[in-house]
Each structure stands twice: as structure tokens, then as C-alpha cells.
Design a protein around this ligand. Structure first.
Ligand SMILES: Nc1ncnc2c1ncn2[C@@H]1O[C@H](COP(=O)(O)OP(=O)(O)OP(=O)(O)O)[C@@H](O)[C@H]1O
Length: 347
């Protein structure tokens, strides 16, 4: 049985997850604060089908609580959460969790089970036969970049942190869930490995079209991974919900500006693309100048222009010369991205 077949009651293809005035206060049942502010106060938010929506914000602002309300690891105090049109509170919790992949930072692999056995956890629970399970495990290990003949029989302690994280992703994807929840997935991995994992995760998500809700406190991870970013502040309050470029270029509130403020120009260089309007009409393309393309990242264009002896680059679109670009043109492209205001959002 494919997991997707249980989603026939889907009422909307527009969104896969919907929060309707969802709130969570731990105070009532918690031994700790005894009446502190709500972890999530009043959240209304849609996650579109097939998108990667990233929740980013400072520690304690309610990101994980929000995520866990989707698979009912946390039950809302009020309001509701819908997955593919169905109120999760009305669903059998075991069935719900089988339909929703969940990846967390330290993965939670079973230490005494091999990689293959870990990945096969849910297929086994669903009673898949051995051949089907084995084929699926091999497929998944390939998908996450772990050669099955090298990794299937290893135990978690024989893997690096990044490899364990890949196994966690493979396990979460075992039954091709329509929705995947991911909480600080790459936090424990070094920066280079982290970037590689982010790229691979993005490739897998594009390939499978899974709806992903991902939590991070790292704004760079957020803007790299997201289709849309929800910047949160205390109480699960959404400060801004927008595409990464919009968040970085035009922060809607001081809290968002604070989060993206430092290193903002570098982020804009990675997110902004060279457009025809950016080209310098007064600069003539030199025959020996390096070539860039319309649509290239501004950062890549600047890299080319930063090379010794280069004052301009020739710009091509579909193999045809369309003009030239200078460092000043990249600067005006940055200004185009942020609009009329200054580049320094902190003022
Ligand atoms: N089980 C719990 N009992 C009591 N309070 C809790 C519980 N879990 C979370 N909280 C509180 O709820 C608030 C939100 O926590 P949550 O884990 O959702 O935040 P977060 O944004 O994911 O934080 P971080 O980035 O540090 O993981 C915090 O103040 C936290 O102390």
C-alpha cells in the first residue's frame, strides 16, 4: 500500500498543512513555569503543497512546538492543525505519524539495528514483504547518497554525523510521505558537510515534491533551503512570511531586520540575480572580457569582476551577447533589490 493512497480525502491542493489559530501553553500540565506565556500564542499559517517552508527565529520562540503540533507530539491548547484537509486531532495518531516523516537533529536511530533495519522501520510496521522492503531500502540509501553495499549493514556508531543524518532522512522518507517535518536537521554537522547536506536535501525534495516544514535558528540555512521563510518571534508570532529574497531585501519588522542585518549584503549577493536592467549601457563589451550570463547570482558576477585586471564582463543571454556589466552595475543591482531605502537596515 502506498502511503499516498490514504490522502484521498484531500480537500485542497493549495496547501498541505494549515494552522488555524493554533496555540500551545505548556503551563497547565508543566511542572516548570506554572503560568508563563504561551509557547505559541495564536498561529494561523498555510504550508503550500510541495513547498519548503522554513521557520526561523531565536531560541525559545516556539518553532519546535509549532512543528510538533503537526504530528501531535504536541497537542494544541486551542485552535487546530489540518494536514491535507483533515484535522489532525481527529486522526489516529499512529496512522498520522506514519504519513508524516519526521527528522530531528540527533536523528534517534536505533543503535543496535543496522542502517538497513533503521530505514526499514516503518515499512516493517506496515507489514511490507522482505523483497519490497529490501528494494525500497536500497533505493532510499542511493537517494541520500549512501551506497547500499557499503552502508546497509553498518551500525549507527560506524557512521559520521552527516551519514547518520542521511540515514535519518532516508528513514523518514521510507513510505514516501506527503509531508516531512524537519527540526534543526544539520545542526551537528560541520559547515562544509552541512552545505552539502542542504544541497542534497534540496535535490531530494525537488525530486519527490514532498511538502517540507523545516525549523532552524540559522538565517543562512533558512534562505538557502526555503521556498518561503516564516520569521518568528516569541510566542510563535510570525513577523514576516515571504520568499527568501524578500525577507533579506525588505525586512518587514525590526526583529526581521535584526535577524538578517549582519551579513545582509553577502546574502543578497547569493540570492539576487543579474537582470537586463542592471547592465551598464555606457560600457562597451570588450572582446577579451570574461563572460557571465543573465540570471547568474550577483555574487558569482562579482567574483568574476574581482579577478585581476578585469573592469567589466560581457553578458550573454541564451548564448547571445546582450551587453556588459561593471562592479558599479552590481552595486546598483543590490540597490534595486532593496528598493529606495539604504542598504543598512539597522538604521
Ligand atoms: N515540554 C515543555 N514543557 C514546558 N515548556 C516547554 C516545553 N517545551 C517547550 N517549552 C517552552 O516553550 C517555549 C517554546 O519552545 P520551543 O522548543 O518550541 O522553541 P524553539 O523556538 O524551537 O527553540 P530552540 O530554537 O531553542 O529549539 C520555550 O519557552 C520553552 O521553554
Amino acid at each position: 500500500m502506498s502511503v499516498r493512497t490514504v490522502s484521498v480525502r484531500r480537500v485542497s491542493d493549495e496547501w498541505a498543512i494549515r494552522f488555524e489559530h493554533a496555540a500551545k501553553s505548556y503551563a497547565a500540565g508543566s511542572s516548570s513555569s506554572g503560568g508563563g506565556p504561551a509557547a505559541v500564542d495564536d498561529l494561523s499559517l498555510d504550508v503550500r503543497t510541495g513547498e519548503v517552508l522554513v521557520l526561523v527565529g531565536p531560541s525559545g520562540c516556539g518553532k519546535s512546538t509549532t512543528l510538533r503540533m503537526v504530528n501531535r507530539l504536541v497537542e494544541p491548547t486551542s485552535g487546530r492543525v489540518l494536514v491535507e484537509g483533515r484535522d489532525v486531532a481527529a486522526l489516529d495518531v499512529v496512522e498520522l505519524r506514519r504519513r508524516i516523516g519526521y527528522v530531528i537533529q540527533n536523528v534517534g536511530l536505533f543503535p543496535h539495528r543496522t542502517v538497513a533495519q533503521n530505514v526499514a522501520t516503518v515499512p516493517r510496521l506496515l507489514g511490507w514483504d522482505r523483497t519490497r522492503t529490501r528494494t525500497r531500502v536500497a533505493e532510499l540509501l542511493e537517494l541520500v547518497g549512501l551506497a547500499p553495499d557499503r552502508y546497509a549493514r553498518r551500525y549507527p556508531h560506524e557512521l559520521s554525523g552527516g551519514e547518520r543524518q542521511r540515514v535519518g532522512v532516508a528513514r523518514a522518507l521510507a513510505t514516501d510521505p506527503p509531508v516531512l517535518l524537519v527540526d534543526e536537521p544539520f545542526g551537528a554537522v560541520d559547515p562544509v558537510g552541512r552545505r552539502r547536506l542542504q544541497d542534497e536535501f534540496a535535490r531530494i525534495q525537488r525530486e519527490l515534491g514532498t511538502t517540507v516544514m523545516l525549523v532552524t535558528h540559522d538565517i543562512d540555512e533558512a534562505v538557502r533551503m526555503a521556498g518561503r521563510v516564516a520569521v518568528m518571534s516569541a510566542g510563535g508570532h510570525v513577523e514576516q512570511l515571504a520568499a527568501p529574497l524578500e525577507i533579506v531585501a525588505r525586512p518587514a519588522t525590526p526583529a526581521v531586520a535584526d535577524l538578517v542585518g549582519r551579513g545582509r549584503t553577502a546574502r543578497l549577493l547569493a540570492l539576487g540575480r543579474l537582470q537586463r536592467d542592471d547592465l551598464d549601457p555606457a560600457t562597451v563589451a570588450q572582446p577579451d572580457a570574461p563572460v557571465v550570463r543573465l540570471g547568474d547570482e550577483l555574487g558569482e558576477v562579482l567574483d568574476v569582476l574581482a579577478r585581476d585586471g578585469v573592469t567589466s564582463a560581457t553578458v550573454h543571454a541564451d548564448g547571445v551577447l546582450v551587453g556588459a556589466v561593471t562592479p558599479a552595475a552590481v552595486l546598483s543591482a543590490l540597490r534595486r533589490l532593496v528598493g529606495p531605502e539604504s542598504l543598512d537596515v539597522r538604521t
